[in-house]
Design a protein around this ligand. Structure first.
Ligand SMILES: Cc1ncc(C[n+]2csc(CCOP(=O)(O)OP(=O)(O)O)c2C)c(N)n1
Ligand SMILES: [Mg+2]
Length: 352
């Protein structure tokens, strides 16, 4: 049996900066569209941290530094392809036309923070670690059974690779040759658990060999590298060849979420060094060197993104609060007696 390939990008070379060479298959418009997506995600994240500190959204999972993984992946897909995000990719639906207010409402715990996945081919934001991997594998298998040429991408963290659900989803996808890209955001932390305590494998991409699928390992701070890796996985899947595991290596140099204090477990020098490798700044430098982006363009894109967020939080806050009774709805056709009693109690408290 032939060995399953693990293709590894030369990570050291990329850390030194991407040379100003045009990538094949991406014209100026495509390069700038990718930049706009990176900035929209960055601004969404920056504003969300501020909104949280102002008490306008709840606990929020910060994704600063992960924008290249998210935008790189979305731009490698067609609109008919499906995205299965985790909480770390909460705003990825923006790039598929979801209003910012919808995603902000999700973080506000408002019922309008949920959407119909079929309208944008983006599944609900998944909080239980790795449970969306079997969902994505099943949906991708279903696409193939229906003879669609659409594919699915599931995005999850390094910690997710230790979960049973990851194993089940990856194995099922490989055995049934489901058109799936398993995109691992290896940010080297699962809250306070470092990668070395997560796995004894040298590289997460090595796990793909055990499932019989190819793997690609790239610098997750290099948006073009992620784009190229996911594009190759998508091509492989569309050709009926089954899933690919893509490991995008980055480093979580911001807190896990607004409720986390990493100062007690991270190495501050490492964090500072990693912040210096920012994925948005690196791409802007690359585009400037290519001569397709200038300061004015950067400012315009940023201002548009800020206006989108201002309008988004306004629209979210203008909505009437969700009905608390919804907490009791939709789970049971015939609610058990104790649930009915709890609902009575809720009404009694609200009437006071
Ligand atoms: C099944 C399950 N177990 C535990 C948790 C609590 N939890 C929330 S985030 C997290 C860490 C996940 O780390 P990783 O998969 O690397 O993703 P990252 O947050 O780094 O993007 C854990 C354990 C959870 N959400 N779901
Ligand atoms: Mg992680």
């Amino acid at each position: 049996m032939s060995a399953v390939p693990v293709v590894e990008q030369d990570l050291e070379r990329v850390i030194a900066g991407r040379p100003a060479v045009r990538p094949a298959g991406l014209d100026d418009d495509a390069l700038l569209a990718l930049h706009r997506s990176l900035v929209r995600l960055r601004v969404y994240d920056e504003r969300s941290v501020v909104y949280h500190s102002q008490g306008r959204i709840g606990t929020y999972a910060i994704f600063r530094g992960h924008e290249a993984i998210q935008a790189g992946a979305v731009h490698a897909l067609e609109e008919r392809d499906w995205i299965f995000p985790s909480y770390r990719e909460s705003a990825i639906g923006l790039l598929r036309g979801l209003p910012a207010s919808t995603i902000l409402q999700w973080w506000r715990g408002h019922p309008s923070g949920w959407w119909n996945p079929e309208e944008v081919n983006v599944a609900s934001i998944c909080v239980p670690i790795a449970t969306h991997v079997p969902h994505a594998a099943g949906l991708a298998w279903g696409l193939a059974l229906k003879e669609s040429d659409a594919v699915a991408v599931a995005i999850f963290g390094d910690g997710a690779t230790s979960e049973g659900a990851f194993h089940e989803g990856a194995n099922l996808a490989a055995v049934f040759r489901a058109p799936l890209v398993l995109l691992c955001n290896n940010n080297q932390w699962a809250i306070s658990t470092p990668l070395r305590d997560q796995t004894a494998a040298e590289r997460l991409s090595d796990k793909a060999v055990g499932y019989g699928m190819p793997a690609i390992r790239v610098d997750g701070n290099d948006v073009l590298a992620v784009h190229d890796a996911v594009r190759r996985g998508v091509e492989h899947a569309r050709a009926g060849e089954g899933p690919t595991f893509v490991e995008a290596v980055t480093y979580r140099s911001f807190p896990h979420a607004t409720a986390d204090d990493p100062s007690i477990y991270v190495d501050r020098e490492r964090v500072e060094a990693e912040r210096g490798r920012d994925c948005v700044a690196a791409y802007e430098t690359y585009l400037r060197d290519l001569g397709v982006l200038d300061d004015e363009d950067v400012q315009t894109v940023r201002e548009e993104a800020l206006a989108e967020l201002r309008a988004g939080i306004q629209a979210a806050e203008d909505e009437a609060p969700g009905d608390p009774e919804l907490v009791f709805a939709h789970a049971y056709a015939d609610p058990p007696p104790d649930l009915a009693r709890d609902l009575e109690e809720l009404r009694r408290v609200h009437e006071r």
